[in-house]
Design a protein around this ligand. Structure first.
Ligand code: TXA
Ligand code: MG
Length: 315
């Protein structure tokens, strides 16, 4: 717990201050191209423990480690040809690779939640990259929201959810992609663990083969796949073409609605707007939120995945 959260501008002085806070074991929210991450030194057990505390995140849910480059990733995981091909094609960018964890990495064991694998990602956002190089080590960073709630795509979202629980927020404006990274398991055949900001079709084209998908009866290998997640306070209904009078309507394509994900029906624009629109509707909602149908292609997979979890029954 810390009394006050400092707001830092994403300029050289702010980035330097953020890196110094991280080096002392503090928590700093920082922008990535997908969503804001809640960063801590991945080698500092106490700092990583405080991520779980600040978010109210279950300890069995492992964290993604953010690295400055491929060389830094290779220090932590058993790299492979497939990993190399994907990193060449898509890093820096919204793709997380899960690979076997090396021994004696110096990482806090809390990062992996006892799994034999580690999720690594090299973000593309310039502020994230500057912060990683200024800090000079691996940063554990889940999305910077209270566990189970809507992910943050602006510094103000982070402040609403986590003010007083973290040392600082590095304000780098709004996140371009707007949904979290695509997560692939690479311990055997490449398997899609979470659809995200990099469409699966693009990955399959680079691999020259289709990705495996998780069977619905398999145990959760990415606990973010728990049904209820990204949950606004208001009740959410999906695939609605005629909202009820007491509902706010989240639209897609040309239509009359409360807020539109993309008037032009563009999925990239819709992904970028998704969480910000859900945050705004949740603030306004007295009844429920109804959502227009979103096509299940390209980024639509990641958008529908998040919407299904927002609409799932709460436990
Ligand atoms: O775009 C993103 O990925 C953002 C930004 C901040 O980088 N991060 C993010 O982190 O979405 P988080 O913690 O909200 O989601 C990470 C997901 C979780 O569902 C977690 O279970 C999964 O990654 N994960 C982490 N390590 C894993 C592992 N070793 N095996 C399988 N899943 C893993
Ligand atoms: Mg998250």
């Amino acid at each position: 717990m810390c009394a006050e959260t400092t707001h830092l501008a994403a300029d050289p002085a702010g980035i330097k201050a953020a890196a110094a806070i991280l080096a002392e074991g503090g928590l700093v929210a920082f922008p990535t191209e997908t969503v804001y991450g809640l960063g801590a030194d991945a080698r500092n057990n106490l700092a990583v423990a405080r991520i779980f505390e600040a978010k109210g995140r279950p300890r069995f849910n492992p964290l993604i480690v953010h690295v400055a480059d491929v060389a830094a990733a290779r220090l932590l995981v058993e790299w492979s040809d497939t990993a190399d091909r994907l990193a060449q094609a898509f890093w820096p960018g919204p793709l997380t690779l899960v690979l076997p964890l090396k021994s004696n990495t110096g990482l806090s064991p809390l990062v992996t939640a006892e799994l034999p694998t580690l999720a690594v990602r090299m973000p593309a956002h310039l502020v994230a990259r500057d912060l990683l190089s200024e800090f000079g080590g691996p940063l554990a960073a889940p999305s910077a929201n209270p566990s189970g709630r809507i992910s943050p795509t602006a510094a103000a979202h982070v402040a609403t959810g986590l003010s007083g629980r973290i040392e600082a927020i590095l304000d780098g404006g709004t996140c371009d992609v707007g949904v979290e990274s695509t997560i692939l398991g690479l311990w055997s055949q490449p398997i899609l663990l979470r659809p995200g900001g990099l469409p699966t079709g693009v990955i399959e084209a680079a691999l020259g083969a289709p990705l495996a998908h998780r069977e619905s009866n398999e145990p959760l290998s990415a606990p973010g796949q728990m049904a209820s997640h990204y949950a606004p306070g208001a009740h959410v209904r999906l695939n609605v073409t005629e909202p009820r009078a007491d509902e706010l309507y989240l639209g897609f394509g040309p239509m009359t609605c409360t807020l539109n994900l993309s008037q032009a029906g563009d999925l990239t624009e819709a992904a970028a707007n998704l969480f910000a629109h859900l945050h705004r509707l949740d603030d306004m909602a007295t009844g429920g939120i109804a959502v227009a149908p979103i096509p299940e292609t390209g980024l639509g997979l990641a958008i529908n995945d998040r919407l299904c979890r927002a609409a799932a029954p709460r436990f």
